[in-house]
Write a protein that binds this ligand. Structure first.
Ligand code: NAI
Length: 352
C-alpha cells in the first residue's frame, strides 16, 4: 500500500516538542506502527507538486484542515488507486466529496477530536473583540497608556445577545461555556434541537435571517458545504446589527472575503475574529490580514497539543481498521460506499 500524508511543517518545534504530533516531521506518530505492519508512510509537505506527482499510485491519503491538500475532482480522477482519504481533524471540505463518492473512495475524519479546542478558541476570540483586548495589548508594547482610547470601545459581554450558527458539537460546547457569562443566546441550525436540549444549553431557536439583525455577537460553527459557501454574504453582513462582532472558526469561505473587509472598513461591524481562511495557508497579501479591527489567528484553534494527540489516535484507529478489513468508526465516516453519509454534509449535497 502506498500511504502519503500532507501535514504542516513543524520546523525546530518538531524536534523540541515530541507532542507536536500533527506536523510532517512527526507524522502523527504513525511511522513505527505502519512499519510494523509492513507499510511505509511518505510524509510530504508540498501540497501542489508532491501531491500531483504521487497521486497516480497512492492508496491512502492523510491530510488535515490546518494545512489542507485540496483534493479536487481533477485530482481524484488522477488517482485511480485511491481508496481512503483521512482527515486528521474535523471538516473535510478540502476534498471534493461528490467526486470521492463517484469514485467509491472512503472519506473519514476524526469526529469530535478537537471540538473542545475550537469552542475554547471561540470564547477567547469573542472576549478579545468585545473587550478590545488587542489594541490595549499593543499600547503596552508601544510604551503608551491611553485609557480613553481603549475604554471607549470596550464592553462587558454580559447581557449581549450571542448568536450561534450551527449548533453541533462545537456550537453546543460554545453555548455551555458562554452560559457562565449571562448572555441571552439564539441559534440557527437546519436541524432544530429538542426542547430539552435547548433548555439545557440555554439557547433559543431562530431562523438565520431573523437571528442576524438581533445579535451583538455571532459565532459560526456549521461545516462548509455548497449551501454554506458564502452564507455570510454582503447582504447578510450588512444585515447584522451596527457595531456587532462576527467570529468564524468554521471555514473561511462561509464569509464572503471582500464584503467583510468593506463591513469593517465602513464600521458596520465592530470586529471580526476567527482562524479559518481561504485559501490556506493565507497568502501574505490576503485582504483579511490587514483589514481593520480583526483579531485573527492562523488555523490553529483545533490543533492544540491535546487535540493533536486525539486526532493522531483517531487516524491510527482508522488505518488499523482499514488495514484489518474492519469497518471504520461509524461517526467518522463522511463518504462511504459511493455515498455522502455524514448528515451534516449529505443534506447540502442532496440539495445541490
Ligand atoms: P458537527 O457536525 O457536530 O456540527 C455541525 C452543525 O452544523 C450540525 O448541527 C449541522 O446540522 C449544522 N449545519 C450543517 N449545515 C448547516 C447549514 N447549512 N446551516 C446551519 N447549520 C448547518 O460539527 P462540529 O464538530 O461542530 O464542527 C463544525 C465545523 O467546524 C466543521 O465542519 C469544521 O468546518 C469546523 N471546525 C474547525 C476547526 C478549526 O480548527 N478551526 C476544528 C474543527 C471543526
Amino acid at each position: 500500500m502506498k500511504i502519503i500524508s500532507f501535514l504542516y511543517p513543524g520546523g525546530e518545534a518538531s524536534k523540541q516538542v515530541p507532542e507536536l504530533l500533527g506536523c510532517a516531521e512527526n507524522a502523527l506518530g504513525l511511522k513505527p506502527f505502519l512499519k510494523e505492519r509492513g507499510h511505509e508512510l511518505l510524509s510530504l509537505v508540498d501540497k501542489e507538486a508532491d501531491l500531483d506527482r504521487n497521486l497516480p499510485d497512492t492508496d491512502i491519503l492523510i491530510t488535515t484542515p490546518f494545512w489542507p491538500a485540496y483534493v479536487t475532482r481533477a485530482r481524484v480522477e488522477k488517482a485511480p488507486k485511491l481508496k481512503l482519504i483521512l482527515t486528521g481533524g474535523v471538516g473535510s471540505d478540502h476534498i471534493d466529496l461528490a467526486a470521492a463518492a463517484d469514485h467509491n473512495i472512503t472519506v473519514a475524519e476524526i469526529t469530535g477530536c478537537n471540538v473542545v479546542s475550537v469552542a475554547e478558541h471561540a470564547v477567547m476570540q469573542i472576549l478579545t473583540l468585545v473587550r478590545n483586548y488587542l489594541p490595549a495589548y499593543k499600547q503596552v508594547l508601544d510604551g503608551r497608556w491611553d485609557i480613553g482610547e481603549i475604554a471607549s470601545k470596550s464592553h462587558d459581554l454580559e447581557g449581549k445577545i450571542v448568536g450561534i450558527v450551527g449548533a453541533g458539537r462545537i456550537g453546543q460546547r460554545l453555548a455551555i461555556r458562554l452560559r457562565g457569562f449571562d448572555v441571552p443566546m439564539l441559534y440557527y441550525d437546519f436541524r432544530r434541537l429538542s426542547t430539552v436540549e435547548e433548555q439545557v444549553l440555554g439557547i433559543k431557536y431562530a431562523l438565520l435571517d431573523d437571528l442576524i439583525p438581533k445579535c451583538d455577537v455571532i459565532s459560526i460553527h456549521c461545516p462548509l458545504t455548497p449551501e454554506t459557501d458564502g452564507l455570510f454574504s454582503r447582504k447578510r453582513l450588512f444585515a447584522m446589527k451596527k457595531g456587532s462582532y462576527l467570529v468564524n472558526t468554521a471555514r473561511g469561505k462561509i464569509v464572503e472575503t471582500l464584503p467583510l473587509v468593506e463591513a469593517l472598513e465602513k464600521g458596520h461591524l465592530a470586529g471580526y475574529a476567527g482562524d479559518v481562511w481561504y485559501p490556506q495557508p493565507a497568502p501574505p497579501d490576503h485582504p483579511w490580514r490587514h483589514m481593520p479591527n480583526h483579531a485573527m489567528t492562523p488555523h490553529v484553534s483545533g490543533t492544540t497539543l491535546e487535540a493533536q494527540k486525539r486526532y493522531a489516535d483517531g487516524v491510527k484507529d482508522c488505518l488499523q481498521r482499514f488495514l484489518d478489513n474492519r469497518p471504520i468508526e461509524r461517526d467518522y465516516l463522511i463518504v462511504e460506499g459511493g455515498k455522502i453519509v455524514s448528515p451534516s454534509y449529505a443534506y447540502a449535497y442532496k440539495k445541490a
